[in-house]
Design a binder for this molecule. Structure first.
Ligand SMILES: Nc1ncnc2c1ncn2[C@@H]1O[C@H](COP(=O)(O)OP(=O)(O)OP(=O)(O)O)[C@@H](O)[C@H]1O
Length: 816
């Protein structure tokens, strides 16, 4: 028996507390002998499977389910099964392959999770048995949601479950792979484990489920799914579920389903969408969309709104822009290029909040069970009816769910409504009161002019949207040539519409094709004409060119798309976009192959000889590196200048090939010079270091001395000069005594005054004394007054005057 903790594998990874509290688990645990009662119960349940009649089922208890499953259902308030659950669970318990189709929000998740638990329970599955069930979901969010539901209803079982999705810790998953019984995964990550993880073994797999099966099996996942299916054991039960189920024989053959039972409780229903879902659409011009969305949000501040857009870049831009415009409600954005952790956070936040707007791509269109969504807005026409159903189905979910859907269409996209109505989708046209639409156009433009990043996001959104339309399969509805690109760009706040390179390329390629076709038909006509009437041929060819030219022009007119006014040039990142519109890859491929042919035919093949000839012509020295300084002058690379005679001689010799022996000799010779150069450099370096150290020491001392001495630093330092008073007094012998007296008096003054000196001055004085003392004049002989005098003189003199004075004083000192 396995521990329950295995169900929380993913949570433990994030929760350190849970990790600390982990018990030591034995690598090998002998399989517990099941009690006799359990065996009997299993036998009884299995005996009841054949008797299941969906019409007799009122509650889950009416199904022959294990007590553990019933407890799990009860704990989560699941009492009455929904239609799809009533019909599918019985067949699944009987071990049949199932094709399950039911409306969005009708409870398909439980319809496959309950049979998984029962299947493994009846087979007494343990951790040692490895992977017993596999659930594949097209998106990480959906896989996460299924995993959470499994944790809830499987709480009383002893199986281990694992969530294997991209963007998670691969190492963590890898180590535990052999301990998982029920695996919930996305196709890419599953295949990665199949390919790379030796611990992954699904040879005992009992049951495989494809949720959103039509999406899993469509072109986007084709190769991955084919590889996965190849790795699965042929003896297994397969369950496919979706609101828009695939009936394609090709798809079913790929999965090698054995006589699948088609379970579609709503097939006869009047509508394919939930009854509680009110659906309407509006038509508007492309440049009105932003204003309408803004006004809608401003008018529904107390509601939970989900807005779908065609591309990640549009979602990102609208989110960034609206956040800056502050509508007065929480805004969130969910799209594929976000980091996984952020995606999970946003998903949980949208589930939790009640007044919030989420902008999302089709990533959120399938399977996600956001509670209590009031409105689903489809800002761009969905790719097909299926996408519409899934998007709209994010509201009005469950037994009591209610909600509204609004679809925004461009006038030429209105045809799409016909397809909706033909598919039993009740949708009504409504009109928007223009007086209630307030487009914050000026604000948007102002924001963009201020914010380059936002402007770039807008440019990307613009290009990505056009590309999405261009790549759409249904050309009756999606017509890029009918879009007013200038107006659209303006509505996004872009005064100058960005350049749309892919369309330009497409036009060029179209033009080329037309040229080629007309040229080809010209030659054929000529040949035919020549065959038909020998002599007359020449005449007809001469007459024909005008007609042919005319014909060619007409073809071009017919096929060429209207030209756009493109000014700006931006590179777009379309990866995310291509992921969404997987069905259209073919179109893109066609374009690229045609482009390749053009470029291939236009450019001559460039051989190595041709390149060499070009270089010779230009007299370029190959494999040389030239370094320039800031003024553009060449910096000589010393290393490249050879010094030895032998090397110079070697460089001048023009022999083909390399003389290894000689090269060796040259290198050895050059090596001597290199060593000398190296030694010199090291010496210079040491010298420089010493100099720096000296300067530093000086600076430090200077710093100490100069502390706070403003006047000192301004004027020249004359402290080394002898005391002028003393010299003058020496000159004037009469003053000797008074000077002494004065000095003693001043000394007293100094002592007295010291108390009134500022801290800086106090600091400064010893330096003066020291410096003067160093010139052989006793410090006591200098009165502060004199110091001041010296300072005053020094401050008022220029450098040359100071020099002159110094010379004079020195001379006079010498004469003394
Ligand atoms: N028997 C039930 N009783 C009450 N609520 C249920 C029952 N079964 C499912 N639900 C609830 O209905 C909601 C929708 O269920 P679920 O997500 O399984 O629908 P779905 O058919 O898979 O939808 P989608 O087609 O969008 O994937 C969930 O909130 C779920 O908890």
């Amino acid at each position: 028996m396995l521990e329950k903790r295995n169900f929380t594998m993913k949570q433990e990874e994030k929760d350190p507390k849970a990790q600390r509290g982990r018990k030591k688990v034995l690598l090998y645990k002998p399989r517990k002998k099941k009690s006799f009662e359990e065996d009997a119960a299993i036998k009884y349940l299995q005996g009841q499977y054949e008797k299941i009649n969906p019409d007799d089922i009122r509650t889950f208890k009416d199904f022959p389910l294990s007590q553990k499953t019933l407890n799990g259902l009860k704990a989560n308030n699941y009492v009455t099964p929904t239609e799809i659950q009533k019909q599918a669970i019985g067949y699944a318990l009987q071990g049949k392959d199932i094709l399950g189709a039911a409306k969005t929000g009708s409870g398909k998740t439980l319809a496959f999770l309950i049979p998984i638990l029962e299947n493994l329970f009846c087979k007494k599955w343990t951790r040692l048995d490895g992977v017993g069930a596999l659930v594949i979901s097209p998106t990480r969010e959906l896989a996460y949601q299924i995993y959470e539901t499994l944790r809830k209803i499987g709480h009383f079982h002893d199986f281990s479950a694992g969530l294997i999705i991209g963007g998670q810790n691969l190492k963590f998953e890898r180590k535990r792979m052999d301990q998982i019984n029920i695996l919930i995964c996305t196709p890419g990550r599953l295949l990665q484990h199949m390919d790379e993880n030796p611990l992954f073994d699904c040879s005992h797999l009992q049951i495989v489920v494809l949720d959103e099966a039509d999406r899993c099996l469509d072109m986007g996942f084709e190769t991955t799914m084919n590889a996965i299916i190849e790795n699965l054991p042929p003896q297994r039960q397969t369950l496919l579920f979706s609101a828009t189920q695939t009936k394609s024989v090709k798809d079913l053959a790929r999965l090698s389903l054995s006589f699948p039972t088609y379970v579609a409780p709503h097939e006869q229903a009047a509508t394919v969408t939930p009854e509680a879902l009110q659906q309407s659409y509006i038509t508007c011009e492309i440049d009105e969309k932003i204003g309408i969305l803004w006004s809608f949000i401003r008018n529904h501040l107390k509601q939970k709104v989900l807005v779908f857009m065609a591309t990640c870049k549009q979602v990102k831009y609208t989110y960034d822009l609206f956040c800056k415009l502050r509508p007065g409600v929480s805004l969130l954005a969910l799209y594929g290029t976000l980091h996984q952790e952020k995606r999970e956070k946003i998903y949980n936040e949208f589930c939790r909040k009640s007044n919030v707007v989420l902008f999302a791509t089709d990533l959120a269109s399938r399977g996600l069970d956001f509670p209590r969504v009031n409105w689903v807005i489809q800002m761009d026409c969905p790719e097909d009816v299926e996408t519409y159903i899934h998007r709209a189905g994010r509201t009005a979910r469950g037994v009591l769910g209610k909600g509204e859907g609004l679809l925004m269409l461009l006038p030429h996209e209105e045809k799409f409504v016909e397809s909706l109505k033909n598919s039993k989708i009740p949708i009504n046209k409504i009109a928007i009161d223009p007086s209630k639409v307030v487009a914050p156009q000026l604000k948007i433009e102002a924001l963009l002019s201020d914010n380059t990043e936002l402007k770039q996001t807008a440019q990307r959104a613009f290009v990505c949207y056009l590309k999405s339309i261009f790549l759409m399969k249904n050309k009756d509805i999606f017509k890029v040539q009918l879009l007013d690109t200038d107006a659209y760009a303006r509505s996004l706040g872009l005064i100058v519409p960005p350049r749309i390179r892919f369309l330009e390329k497409y036009h060029r390629q179209n033009q080329y094709k037309i040229d080629q076709e007309s040229q080809g038909s010209n030659i054929i006509d000529k040949l035919k004409a020549r065959d038909d009437d020998g002599a007359e041929t020449d005449q007809s060819i001469e007459e024909n060119p005008e007609g042919k030219k005319q014909q060619k022009k007409e073809i071009i007119k017919k096929k060429a798309l209207p030209k756009f006014d493109f000014h700006n040039n931006i590179d777009s990142d379309e990866d995310d976009f291509l992921q969404v519109k997987t069905k259209n890859i073919q179109v893109a491929e066609e374009v690229s192959t045609a482009e390749e042919t053009i470029s291939r035919k236009k450019s001559k093949p460039l051989t190595k000889t041709a390149v060499a000839k070009k270089i010779l012509k230009k007299k370029l020295k190959v494999n040389t590196k030239v370094t320039f300084n800031e003024e553009g002058q060449i910096i000589e690379d010393e290393k490249r200048n050879v010094r030895s005679d032998i090397a110079k001689q070697f460089a001048n010799e023009d022999i083909g090939g390399i003389d290894i022996e000689k090269a060796k000799e040259v290198l050895q010779e050059e090596d001597k010079f290199d060593k000398i150069r190296f030694r010199q450099r090291i010496k210079a370096k040491h010298k420089e270091e010493k100099r720096k150290l000296k300067n530093k020491k000086k600076d430090e001392e200077g710093e100490k001395d100069d502390f706070g001495s403003q006047s000192e630093s301004d004027g020249p330092d004359l402290s080394w000069l002898p005391d002028p008073d003393k010299i003058y007094s020496n000159e004037d012998g009469n003053n000797d005594k008074s000077s002494d007296a004065g000095s003693s008096r001043n000394e007293d003054d100094t002592d007295l005054d010291q108390g009134s000196y500022s801290e800086e001055e106090k600091y400064h004085r010893p330096q003066k004394r020291k410096l003067v003392e160093s010139k052989g004049i006793p410090q006591e002989s200098i009165a502060p007054r004199k110091v001041k005098k010296i300072q005053d003189i020094s401050a008022s003199l220029s450098v040359s005057e100071v020099e002159a004075l110094a010379m004079h004083l020195l001379k006079s000192k010498k004469t003394l």
